[in-house]
Design a protein around this ligand. Structure first.
Ligand SMILES: NC(=O)c1ccc[n+]([C@@H]2O[C@H](COP(=O)([O-])OP(=O)(O)OC[C@H]3O[C@@H](n4cnc5c(N)ncnc54)[C@H](OP(=O)(O)O)[C@@H]3O)[C@@H](O)[C@H]2O)c1
Length: 252
């Protein structure tokens, strides 16, 4: 897909071994960006980066703060500097309130929210001292409002959305751009477990192109597809009584 040239020389993508992160890493590499790709599975990262001079495998678990900090140090040593970081690693554990499980809820928060927190802890000081940088936080339209089956997932994504809103204006004067990525349904290993209908579902390469384009333009929110985004944004502004009636119907 032709598009705008990448304004970054180097990038770090977490959750890059499959799905959206993998496609975005490949897109950035095709645009001439040197990309460090992280996930837990070193084997899948090696398969992805094998023979690709612009891709560097940096395995890590985003819930391990020390490992995240060491990975960042390694990437900066290898690349000289880091221009873009897309914090995309995530897990989806479908969970109804009637099937509530603290382990799944805690793990969702640990990866989807605290995984981002761990990376910000090293990225913000480094980018602040460089006086430039771009950070993309991957949340979801599921973070707009709590919906059935998302008792573990939605709160973790709502937290990311809130964090991005805090960071963008405070980091802009330091030369750091913060973008928030809110995808709808995308065909990836994550959604392959879903038995329910997924309206307006996109291919992963199409979604990655949309993310790339939004990042290049320096957008705050990169949300797609518009049809699902519009539906979810309407739910967000509905009065609670009406929203809860609709959510109650979706839950049965
Ligand atoms: N697909 C969708 O419909 C959709 C919609 C909205 C938002 N999103 C969000 O988009 C992001 C990417 O999702 P996806 O659909 O591409 O899912 P995916 O194919 O399952 O990819 C998830 C990635 O995260 C990595 N990961 C998971 N736990 C990790 C950990 N503790 N440390 C490091 N890496 C970890 C996985 O690799 P390892 O297992 O090897 O660690 C994998 O590379 C997620 O944040 C997801 O919530 C997806």
């Amino acid at each position: 897909m032709a598009g705008r040239a990448a304004p970054w020389r180097t990038a770090w993508i977490t959750g890059g071994s499959s799905g959206l992160g993998r496609e975005l890493s490949l897109r950035l590499a095709r645009e001439g960006v040197r990309v460090a790709v992280s996930a837990r599975s070193g084997e899948r990262l090696s398969e992805l980066t094998w023979g690709q001079s612009n891709l560097l495998a940096v395995p890590l678990d985003v819930t391990d703060r020390t490992a995240v900090s060491e990975a960042h140090r390694r990437i900066v040593a290898e690349f000289g500097s880091l221009d873009l970081a897309v914090l995309n690693a995530g897990v989806w554990h479908p969970m109804r309130a009637t099937d509530y499980d603290a382990d799944r809820a805690v793990q969702s928060m640990a990866v989807n929210y605290f995984g981002i927190v761990n990376a910000l802890d090293v990225l913000i000081p480094a980018m602040t001292s460089a006086g430039r940088g771009h950070i993309g936080l991957v949340a979801s339209v599921a973070g707009y409002r709590g919906l059935p089956m998302a008792a573990a997932y939605a709160p973790s994504k709502a937290a990311v959305i809130s964090l991005a809103e805090v960071l963008r204006p405070e980091l802009a004067p330091r030369g750091i751009v913060v973008s928030l990525v809110n995808p709808g349904f995308v065909e990836t290993p994550m959604t392959s477990v879903n038995a329910f209908p997924m309206p307006f579902i996109l291919k992963a390469d199409d979604a990655a192109d949309r993310i790339y384009d939004g990042l290049v333009r320096g957008r705050f929110e990169i949300a797609f597809p518009w049809q699902l985004v519009a539906m979810m944004k309407v739910l967000r502004i509905l009065p609670n009584a009406l929203f809860l009636r609709i959510a109650g119907r979706m839950a049965v």
